[in-house]
Ligand binder design. Structure first.
Ligand code: CU
Length: 158
């Protein structure tokens, strides 16, 4: 039952995000995410929202710090000041995380660097199904110099 509800939840997520997104951006993410979720029975499948914002002076992820469970999904929203993206440093994530993120991040521009969100309200969704626990520091490539960084902690799903 757990597996079924997870997959259904992910399918709903993909469908819900589909309105303003190019289908091509969503399709590649769905398959590995669903496969990984099905293989991780402890996953909760909860979703978290992080906004990417420009407040007139500085660029932020809001919230910039969040804690999730392995198996959760984070939806990054291009609220203002884009283009933004989500990128991880290979040496700032736990051992084994790079493979999980490589499979979970659609349309990477380069390894562990997600596609640019140009359109207003575009969403970039990352499933952390199968992600090892630990710290996942991330950043926005166009705004790294302006300090647009985020601090994600993944905990084991229980
Ligand atoms: Cu940015």
């Amino acid at each position: 039952m757990q597996k079924i509800s997870l997959v259904t939840g992910l399918a709903f997520l993909v469908a819900a995000c589909g309105g303003g997104e190019k289908p091509a951006a969503e399709a590649p993410a769905a398959t590995p995410a669903a496969d990984m979720a099905a293989a991780a029975p402890a996953a909760t499948g909860a979703t978290h929202d992080v906004n990417m914002e420009f407040d007139g002076k500085t660029y932020h992820y809001v919230p910039a710090t969040l804690t999730i469970k392995s198996g959760d999904v984070v939806n990054f929203h291009n609220v203002s000041g884009g283009p933004h993206n989500v990128a991880f440093w290979a040496d700032s994530i736990p051992a084994g995380a790079a493979a999980v993120l490589t499979a979970a991040m659609p349309n990477q521009m380069s390894p562990l660097s997600g596609s640019m969100l140009v359109e207003q309200d575009a969403v970039y969704s990352i499933s952390f199904a199968g992600a090892p626990e630990g710290k996942y520091d991330f950043y926005c490539l166009p705004h790294l110099a302006m300090g647009m960084r985020g601090f994600l902690t993944v905990e084991d799903a229980e």
